[in-house]
Design a protein around this ligand. Structure first.
Ligand SMILES: Nc1nc2c(ncn2[C@@H]2O[C@H](COP(=O)(O)OP(=O)(O)OP(=O)(O)O)[C@@H](O)[C@H]2O)c(=O)[nH]1
Ligand SMILES: [Mg+2]
Length: 406
């Protein structure tokens, strides 16, 4: 499987001249920022990039931020800054440069030529993490699909810009006729990727269809469904474990969960509902992943209620809420009723908790760690479900009965 940028040379696989033991990869984080230093990307953004890097087993040697309105089309940074970056790479013994923004293939090449080390962007890093965490057949197929979508335009020699820069070098005189040999090889590679993508899409579609059948049966039986959603690392899996007595993987890394996990839960007054844990969101979630994971993400779209979990202890809690709602809108889940949960109440500063509660009066503060607030959450869930599924209707009506009625 063609992987992303680290395939075949995972961190730790390298040794340095002065020590023989394998060591962790070291990265320089790179960002462009507007003149006022706000967005993109403020400190929060590079902090998040650092967490993403750590999740992928990469340590951060240093950060470099250039104030610059628009990236240079060839080198991302200005040429003086590229030299500065190369010096930083050398003095910090860095192995890789990770850019917070999205780089064009030309910019990757420009920066790699300028620094002599591997250069990757945020999307490539996130794809790598997803590839490491994919467990199920479906998850792996989705990740590979996203990787191929990312790679397709990055194959050397693609596009108009490349036919000028690289095309001449690759095809120059080596082939016959109008198209050089390099260009033909490229076309074969591209065709191969596209064919593989079609196969993967079909696999993903088949799994999604199977899930759809199960879901339809539950709808017919009027079993309400609650989907846990939220930013990555918010504590979604921890909450599922608390509410459903499940044993979903809980880990202090980003994107620990990629596959939907469904559990049945009974409220104290006997209402049964399903609770689904699924993949978390992140700011600027790569569109290749949104496309590939659409059927997984749509678990929320089909749910009767979205349990939106927020890490209330994060300084970025408000941005995270906005990001999650944005992605939910993108996948067509904006009309699913939401119950907001302010998780990690044990960690959050009291002032921050007060602020969040003021802005979101209906939100329920809980701690999946200590269990605090869980009874309130169970009550809130019961009330919301009872409102959505009045007991008399739940027994008599079927979806077909209500279809088309006002
Ligand atoms: N202090 C504290 N830590 C929590 C709480 N809930 C979860 N955590 C921790 O936060 C980290 C992430 O928890 P998960 O349940 O894996 O988060 P998630 O939302 O499922 O994350 P992904 O699946 O990676 O998107 C873990 O280290 C948990 O132990 C809480 O209420 N308080
Ligand atoms: Mg999880």
């Amino acid at each position: 499987m063609p992987g992303t940028w680290l395939t075949g040379e995972r961190p730790g696989a390298r040794t340095h001249a002065d020590d023989t033991a394998p060591r962790q990869w070291r990265a320089i984080l790179l960002a462009l920022t507007d003149r006022d230093g706000s967005d993109p990307p403020g400190g929060g953004s590079l902090d998040e990039l650092e967490r993403l890097a750590a999740t992928d087993g990469i340590g951060v040697a240093d950060r470099m931020v250039q104030v610059r309105g628009r990236p240079d089309p060839a080198t991302y940074l200005g040429s003086g800054k590229v030299r500065e970056l190369a010096e930083l790479v050398g003095s910090r013994h860095a192995d890789v440069v990770i850019a917070d923004g999205e780089l064009t293939p030309a910019q990757v090449r420009g920066l790699e030529d300028g620094t002599g080390v591997r250069v990757v962007d945020r999307t490539g890093l996130i794809l790598d993490i997803f590839a490491e965490h994919a467990r199920s057949f479906e998850g792996k197929a989705q990740v590979e699909l996203a990787q191929l979508a990312y790679e397709l335009p990055r194959l050397r020699g693609h596009g108009r810009e490349m036919s000028r820069i690289g095309g001449g070098r690759m095809a120059g005189g080596a082939g016959t006729g109008v198209r050089g040999r390099g260009e033909m090889r490229l076309e074969i590679q591209r065709r191969h990727l596209r064919r593989r993508m079609r196969t993967l899409r079909e696999q993903v579609r088949r799994t999604a269809r199977r899930r759809e059948v199960t879901r339809r049966r539950r709808t017919r039986d009027r079993v309400p469904s609650v989907a846990i959603t939220g930013y990555t690392n918010a504590g979604k899996s921890a909450l599922l474990n608390r509410l459903a007595g499940a044993d979903a993987e809980v880990a202090d890394v980003l994107f620990a969960t990629l596959d939907p996990l469904v559990r049945q839960v009974r409220t104290p007054d006997g209402l049964t509902y399903t609770l689904t844990d699924t993949v978390g969101f992140v700011r600027r979630l790569p569109h290749q992943l949104v496309d590939a994971f659409r059927s997984t993400l749509e678990e929320v779209t089909r749910a009767d209620l979205a349990l939106h979990v927020v890490d209330a202890s994060s300084p970025q809690a408000t941005e995270h809420i906005a990001t999650v709602r944005g992605v939910l809108g993108d996948i067509g889940a904006q009309d699913v009723p939401e119950l907001l949960v302010l998780n990690k109440a044990d960690l959050a500063a009291p002032e921050q908790m007060d602020t969040l509660r003021r802005i979101h009066p209906a939100a329920v503060p809980v701690s999946a760690r200590t269990g605090e607030g869980l009874d309130d959450l169970r009550d809130a869930l019961r009330d919301r479900l009872a409102a959505l599924f009045p007991p008399d209707r739940a027994r008599t009506a079927t979806p077909a009965d209500t279809e088309g009625s006002p």
